[in-house]
Design a protein around this ligand. Structure first.
Ligand code: SAH
Ligand code: SF4
Length: 391
């Protein structure tokens, strides 16, 4: 057996282990206590199977898909291409669900944070981040309730993993945010503009809930529904190497990698997953990532922690690490949260770091913290405390 096929076998085994673990944290299914089923979050095939199960023809699934994902309609009575008796029959068997808004906060900079509660009372936070210049913005979506990974600087990491989100709950965050802004196509044919980008950068590690994330992203990318281009979706991972190839091949979305350190000893401490998939393996996976090119660079996220990872030597090592990769670097000043142990790097240290990276030819924007006053900035999301207060 060649080394390569041995590696491939190991990777496949590791991938199976990750998927099995994800299944152990599976979300509840789509059956409501009243016996109806939620149609949101089903793949096209599964939706067709539901329609067939109540004795209706296949083309009805196509009609439903259009109403649910293109028009954003949740009431069968408003689906005007479907005759009344069938609308009633559908309503007897199905619902078009949305997560419940348990809290809704607006920052002074217009960033808006939702706490969405699901049927089993678990909840996650979702953030709408308006572009400060253009008339649009991004929806920052969560993939898990909590996180298993305990990165030292991240608020979500202090909340144990309660469970994975279902595809319905992932796509439902985006749809509920669209509801809140009235951002569905108007009868006049105007298409939504504000909520036109998704970043999978909320609570949780998306590649530890791969199947549900993938189903949800395929739904939002479907051209007969929401129709977001894969270029408008960015998946952020702390570096789950065995799942990165699969995400690249199947979804082809933009990739963001939470690097945060250039030496294994430091990254082991900041991002404990590094002990399993060290920097060299992570960078190798980035080099293989199929959707990366000079037009679609991989974003390396780097949280700026005062006196920890922010020296000019770190910046130079970062540049060496990225050599030859289509990459850009996103410098994120550390966002503090109650009880956090770090300080944000000084503006001078951040500027110097950014200059070194830029001089090497990599774009190195410093991310302005958004919604800090409502704890909505990167790494500040957490839902268990808030939910207890809300209920
Ligand atoms: N779990 C995924 C996605 C979520 S977080 C991941 O780790 O990539 C989105 C980004 O915010 C990540 O790069 C994360 O490391 C970073 N982050 C977490 N806590 C932060 C904090 N307190 N301040 C600034 N960035 C933080
Ligand atoms: Fe989890 Fe990402 Fe936070 Fe790490 S940074 S604890 S992977 S959500």
């Amino acid at each position: 057996m060649s080394l390569n096929s041995h590696d491939a076998a190991l990777t496949a085994a590791e991938r199976d282990r990750i998927l099995a673990k994800a299944a152990a944290f599976a979300p509840p299914g789509n059956l409501l206590p009243d016996g109806r089923r939620d149609l949101v979050g089903l793949s096209r095939e599964s939706l067709a199977a539901e329609v067939a199960a109540i004795g209706e023809q296949k083309f009805r699934a196509k009609q439903l898909w259009h109403w649910i994902y293109h028009q954003g309609v949740t009431d069968f009575a408003l689906m005007s291409s479907i005759a009344r008796p069938l609308q009633q029959k559908l309503a007897e068997h199905f619902v078009v669900g949305r997560p419940e808004i348990a809290a809704d906060q607006r920052s002074s900079d217009q960033t808006r944070k939702f706490l969405f509660k699901f049927r089993d009372n678990e909840a996650v936070e979702t953030v709408y981040i308006p572009d400060p210049v253009e008339d649009r913005g991004a929806v920052c979506i969560s993939s898990q309730v909590g996180c298993t990974l305990s990165c030292r600087f991240c608020h979500t990491g202090t909340q144990r993993l309660a469970r994975n989100l279902s595809a319905a709950e992932i796509v439902g965050q985006f749809m509920a945010a669209r509801d809140a802004y009235g951002e569905w196509p108007s009868p006049k044919g105007e298409t939504p503009r504000l909520l036109s980008t998704i970043v999978l950068m909320g609570m949780g590690e998306p590649l530890y809930n791969y199947e549900n994330v993938a189903t949800a992203m395929k739904i939002v990318m479907d051209g007969e529904g929401i129709g977001l281009s894969r270029r408008r979706i960015t998946l952020s991972t702390s570096g789950v190497v065995p799942m990165m190839d699969r995400a690249g091949e199947e979804l082809g979305v933009n990739l963001a990698v939470s690097l945060h350190a250039v030496r294994d000893d430091l990254r082991d401490e900041l991002v404990p997953l590094n002990r399993k998939y060290p920097i060299a393996e992570l960078i190798a996976a980035c080099r293989r990532y199929p959707a990366a090119s000079n037009a679609r660079r991989i974003t390396f996220e780097y949280v700026m922690l005062d006196g920890i990872n922010d020296t000019p030597a770190d910046a130079r090592a970062l540049v060496q690490l990225l050599a030859g990769l289509p990459a850009k670097v996103n410098l994120i000043p550390f966002n503090p949260w109650p009880g956090s142990a770090y300080k944000t790097s000084t503006p001078a240290a951040i500027r110097k770091f950014a200059d070194i990276v830029l001089a090497a030819g990599y774009s190195s924007p410093v991310r302005t913290p958004r919604g800090q006053d409502i704890l909505a900035a990167c790494g500040q999301l957490k839902s268990d405390v808030e939910l207890r207060q809300a209920s």
